[in-house]
Design a protein around this ligand. Structure first.
Ligand code: AMP
Ligand code: MG
Length: 334
């Protein structure tokens, strides 16, 4: 059996360092755009740097690993993209000073692991690209999967404030990092390695009949906001859902700041990616939530890079999850 404590330690270190580098790149957004003359380039640089650092840290601590990451190195290897390669190398060296071009590209490609293994890591180096570009919420999401289920989750949310009174659409100066081993509870620390020891997180029970505070994607292409509105009207909502990018939504429900995260399908054939949900699902579960698809099925991570047998997402504490699934069925949305 895997040494979960050792794996978690390695995963935490990896996500902490990747989060630091993402924050640095975000601070230098204008500079990166100027070098590459492209609004998308800061994401590109941070995406590759984040994946390289996570892969490097995991291999350093654990030896060879199976890592299924969202990115590959083909773009950076292209001769025309030397500027991006240089910018990514400079970003990585913040926490990995000995990196060179060869080790950088090799580390990125360590993410080309085969998800048909019985156990593997999966990584979204920057989840919520649009949020990253807007200077709002994004996440570095790493999970370890065993036989189709996440058993370790590390979710770096570099811009997420830990205080519920701070606005969610602005970048916090510390950010939050959540980590968990299945069955051992959920923990929160600052994402910038500063401050207090880990804090145990578990949702408080709701008062029966309290209105439901929901959250959903900012991007209308990722979740059908009209459907969410119809469902919330049925179950008794507290008003407009809070909109934020990335798996930070799972954390926001896990810590009790919202009562539901709904992801209603916008396209018939869209298959959710495993790295978009693995870490977030475990974070929410360990915080006291139920996570299923819109049919009430558990998420099944044993079908390659996609959640082939699932559609959409419903994440909520048990007393909210049931009524939401009921509303989805009654409205004919599943
Ligand atoms: P969010 O920040 O919650 O809107 O989710 C961002 C993620 O949405 C990205 O990582 C994409 O993988 C994913 N995505 C892209 N297209 C779609 C789609 N049509 N439906 C649902 N998710 C999508
Ligand atoms: Mg993503």
């Amino acid at each position: 059996m895997a040494d979960y404590a050792k794996f978690l330690e390695a995963g935490r270190r990896a996500v902490e360092d990747a989060s630091l580098v993402c924050r640095q790149v975000q601070r230098a957004l204008d500079q990166v755009k100027a070098i590459t003359k492209d609004d998308k380039s800061p994401v590109t640089v941070a995406d590759y740097a984040s994946q390289a650092i996570v892969a490097h840290r995991l291999r350093e601590a654990l030896g060879p690993v199976v890592l299924v990451g969202e990115e590959g190195s083909a773009f950076l290897r292209d001769e025309d993209n030397q500027t991006y390669r240089d910018a990514t190398l400079a970003a990585v060296r913040e926490v990995w000073p000995e990196a060179d071009e060869r080790t950088l590209l090799d580390a990125i490609d360590a993410g080309a692991g085969d998800p048909s293994h019985a156990s593997f890591w999966t990584l979204d180096p920057i989840d919520g690209t649009k949020g990253f570009l807007r200077g709002q919420q994004y996440a570095v999401a790493l999970a370890y999967i065993e036989r189709g289920r996440p058993v370790i989750g590390v979710l770096g949310c570099p811009n997420l404030p830990s205080s519920f009174t701070d606005p969610l659409d602005r970048a916090d100066s510390h950010g939050c990092l959540y980590f968990t081993i299945s069955g051992q509870g959920l923990w929160e620390v600052h994402a910038d390695k500063q401050g207090a020891p880990p804090k145990h997180i578990h949702r408080a029970l709701r008062e029966p009949g309290d209105p439901i505070r929901a959250c959903e994607s900012v991007e209308t292409a990722h979740s059908k906001q009209d459907d969410t509105a119809k469902i919330l009207a049925r179950v008794g909502s507290a008003g407009e859902p809070v909109r934020l990018d990335s798996q930070c939504k799972y954390a926001v429900v896990a810590r009790g700041q919202a009562d539901a995260y709904l992801r209603m399908p916008t396209k018939k054939d869209y298959v959710e990616r495993i790295w978009d949900h693995a870490a977030g699902e475990l974070v929410a579960h360990e915080g006291g939530c139920v996570v299923t698809d819109i049919h009430g099925r558990d998420l099944d991570f044993a079908h390659g890079r996609g959640l082939e047998t699932n559609r959409g997402i419903v994440c909520a504490p048990p007393d909210v999850h049931g009524p939401i699934l009921g509303a989805i069925k009654d409205l004919g949305l599943a």
